[in-house]
Design a protein. Structure first.
Length: 292
């Protein structure tokens, strides 16, 4: 039965407010599954299962699949398809309102490796990605379809107009690359933008052993909070970062990074150098206070 027939049978209408579009080309699901490099040892989380076309491919390759869907209208279709598929579990709910480890422990515990493969709703792509990046559950790989503009930001080079937080922060968690471009003609209703499949090969360890990753991310976010301003202005006047001005300026001097530069001219290594130097000054200050 075609996906269009499934929609008619179950009375499904795609909701624009939930970013729902019907993917007509199942070859795209094949490419996503291949990019995830699935084996029987992999347990997979899928966000936005929809009509279950990608779920079928994931179930055929992975050990177990947890298919998550927020829209109750899709659940009868999913339940009828996967009721007799022992390695697929279904969960209706908003993944952003749930702990990833708790969902895993309840539905697909004991996996040797965990991966996330999803056609993400465009309106909420970034929150979902960060929900998984920041989860205590260690993921081996993430493969998602996102709108092309987001994909290009994720892989933007230093100095590009679209280089920013979304380019840098995911690189703290994974190596990022664009696998495949998906034209808007592959969907119904046809969206106004093209899409891309993006792969995140997650790091087993933080990128810098001697740099606290949350502190590094806080530094990056503060630097880009006012991306048109210099680093001196962004990092010494923002309340979001909160490091004393003296510590920030001292770190600039130590690292030989010009505080007159703008954040989009620094790569991840540059931000790590700054974070390391600022953190050391904060630790020294706290140590001195402890001995007073």
């Amino acid at each position: 039965m075609s996906l269009r027939d499934l929609c008619q049978q179950y009375g499904i209408r795609f909701k624009k407010r939930l970013g729902q579009n019907l993917l007509l080309d199942d070859n795209i699901n094949r490419i996503m599954t291949q990019a995830a490099a699935l084996t029987a040892d992999d347990y997979v989380l899928e966000v936005g299962a929809g009509l279950g076309a990608l779920t079928k491919r994931l179930a055929a390759e992975a050990g177990r699949v947890l298919a998550i869907e927020i829209d109750r209208a899709f659940m009868p279709c999913l339940e009828d398809q996967f009721r007799d598929t022992p390695n697929v579990r279904l969960f209706r709910g908003d993944v952003l309102n749930h702990s990833i480890p708790k969902l895993v422990n309840e539905f697909i515990p004991g996996g040797a490796r965990y991966k996330m493969v999803s056609n993400l709703p465009y309106y909420i792509t970034t929150p979902i990605l960060f929900h998984f990046f920041e989860s205590p559950l260690r993921l081996d790989r993430i493969v998602v379809m996102v709108q092309e503009e987001v994909a290009l930001r994720l892989v933007a080079p230093v100095g590009a107009a679209n280089y920013g937080i979304l380019s840098l922060v995911p690189r703290c968690y994974a190596q990022v690359d664009v696998v495949h471009r998906v034209p808007r003609t592959c969907f119904a209703p046809r969206p106004k933008v093209d899409s891309c499949i993006v792969r995140f090969r997650c790091r087993a360890q933080p990128p810098y052993a001697d740099v606290d990753t949350p502190f590094l991310i806080a530094l990056i976010r503060s630097a880009f909070a006012t991306r048109r301003k210099t680093l001196r202005n962004s990092l010494t006047r923002t309340g979001a970062f909160g490091a004393p001005k003296e510590a920030v300026l001292g770190a600039f001097a130590e690292t030989a990074i010009d505080p007159g530069r703008r954040p989009q001219t620094l790569d991840l290594d540059d931000f790590a150098k700054l974070a390391r130097a600022i953190r050391a000054r904060l630790d020294d200050t706290e140590g001195s206070r402890a001995h007073d």
